[in-house]
Design a protein around this ligand. Structure first.
Ligand code: SAM
Length: 250
């Protein structure tokens, strides 16, 4: 299938979601930043309705778990047919199964995926999917956190949103992305806006000083302090980025 280029000649980033609930999309991805970018053709979204690949009169996509137990499992043969269909249109996009057992999603993975052609996402339901299709189609498993949701659609939206906001042209000031939480191995510094004094809580004086060097120093110190307090696992001893830390080790 030929892919249409954006007005500046770039290929749009393409997200394809294999799901039993295509009506859930674009959902929240159709509004605000992601929605505007979708409308502008910076990225595209398509769904593959798993039921269309289901078996028999009822278009069954699931069956009872081998070995017994509660719930149903999505069939490998049905999923493989849907994946192969989607793959034909998207030969290069990484194939990802959203799964609580997967590698934890983070900003680093969002950057990696947003710099590629797009993503092919399988949203599971029921008790999950037959292990053989995960192996047989070499799927990468990604989790959005240590909790269990009822389906992979919300995780797919989370992953897509995190990637889309990193695409060129989606967020106006590229610098603002560089200072966001996790970008430099730090949480973001506190933000303030008008009014200058709210319920007896003034904006820190330095932020109103107009001294950009001092403001940058204050923000860095605040980011370091917050990260050390809340996410010591992220913070390097001197708040150095993961890249800088990796260099230190060499
Ligand atoms: N029985 C599975 C387990 O214990 O790992 C949970 C299945 S869950 C009810 C149904 C589907 O929701 C999964 O196949 C997956 O696609 C999605 N899902 C649930 N929690 C998730 C998470 N934290 N991250 C990514 N996907 C998740």
């Amino acid at each position: 299938m030929p892919h249409i280029a954006t007005s500046d000649g770039r290929q749009p980033w393409r997200a394809t979601v294999l799901t039993l609930f295509p009506d859930m999309f674009p959902g929240p991805l159709g509004v605000s930043l992601a929605g505007q970018a979708l409308e502008a053709g910076i990225w595209t979204l398509s769904t593959v309705f798993l039921r269309e690949f289901g078996l028999g009169r009822h278009r069954a996509v699931d069956d009872t778990p081998a070995g017994g137990g509660a719930g149903m499992v999505m069939r490998a043969d049905v999923l493989a047919a849907a994946i192969d269909h989607a793959r034909a249109a998207e030969p290069d996009a990484p194939l990802i199964y959203l799964s609580p057992r997967g590698e934890p999603f983070n900003q680093h993975i969002a950057r990696e995926l947003s710099s590629g052609p797009g993503v092919l996402l399988l949203a599971g339901r029921f008790e999950g999917v037959d292990e053989r299709v995960i192996e047989g189609r070499a799927m990468r498993e990604i989790s959005i956190g240590d909790y269990v949701l009822s389906g992979g659609e919300l995780p797919a939206m989370v992953l897509i949103d995190a990637c889309v906001r990193l695409l060129p042209g989606v967020i106006g000031a590229a610098e603002s992305l560089g200072e966001e939480s996790f970008e430099q191995g730090l949480l973001e510094y506190p933000q303030y806006t008008k009014p200058r004094d709210w319920e007896g809580r003034p904006i820190p004086e330095v932020l109103l000083s107009g001294d950009h060097k001092k403001i940058a120093e204050w923000r860095r110190a605040a980011a370091l302090r917050l990260t050390a307090e809340r996410r010591p696992d992220l913070a390097a001893p001197a708040g150095r980025s993961p890249q800088a830390r990796a260099k230190d080790k060499r």
